[in-house]
Design a protein around this ligand. Sequence first.
Ligand code: AMP
Length: 328
Amino acid sequence: MKKEIVLSGMRPTGTLHLGNYFGALKRWSEVQSDHDCYWMVADLHSLTTLESTADIEKTTLEMTTLWLAAGLDPERSTIFLQSAVPEHGELNAIFATLLPTSMLELNPTYKEMTAEHPKSGSFGILNYPVLQAADILLYKASRVPVGRDQEPHIEITREIARRFNNKFGEFFAEPHALFSETPKIYSLTEPEKKMSKSGRPDSYIGLLDDEKIVREKIKGAITDSGSEIVYDPEQKPALAHLIDLLHLSSGKPIENVVSEHGGAGYASFKTALAESVSAMLIPIQERFRSYKPADVKNILADGTAKARAVAQKNLGDIKEKIGLLNLK
Ligand code: AMP
């Protein structure tokens, strides 16, 4: 039976954090065995918000190495570089004709990104979900494993697929988001916000943070009033987010986390959480250090060649469906 096609990407804009890991990356490595997976280094997307590209080569290789260290397997998945597959831009130009700009202006992530990056204000931010639709539909992906923040973009992709099909005839299946168990991981310092690399450094735990840093960041994490460890996401959301992190990093059910730490107080709970997070990160960090940049670059080059062949074939079919003159 033909495997379902899955695609997702991350921007190489800085180090990855627990939000990227539990919201997306962990899910990616789980779905590899029974899906036809494409994992994209979304370097073109990162240009929308990066103030300087001085580090982009370094962060691209670092992020790809972290993906491998966290379990992505180039034998089972296609790991590729968005900017090296020009068909993404071509399909973007086609899709850009299908939606009114007013619909893109209503996109909540457009508002968030322009608020976060007021100096940018570029068309690239407005275009972000259109390029993302091109990324997904170029490979005819039907499943997109992402964090909850990406939901509006997947909805725009579905809308683009529908509009294309209505205008040119049935071609694309509408893709669906594939959420992880906890599709939103929260900031340690502002528990009502998502964990984000654009936040203060003590608001997120980086996948490369060492034990001491993890301990300090968790020690400083905001908790709710009281000293008892209870799981109450409505009344005590900050504590609930930390309990979620202990559950996710240790694999223990939430009831067990609460019963083990219930009466022990915040300090000992936080020590256990820091130990659990570090125990999870250390093997990833060891594998990260074992890769040579040249090997990672080769893995990316091989994956990109594979992705490009698929992209060229599919874009050819898309142009044919539209009825554009084929000069070959
Ligand atoms: P980005 O770093 O924005 O390129 O995001 C890469 C992936 O990580 C996307 O699938 C996001 O939805 C996911 N992600 C980023 N931050 C979080 C978070 N705090 N919680 C859950 N998923 C997240």
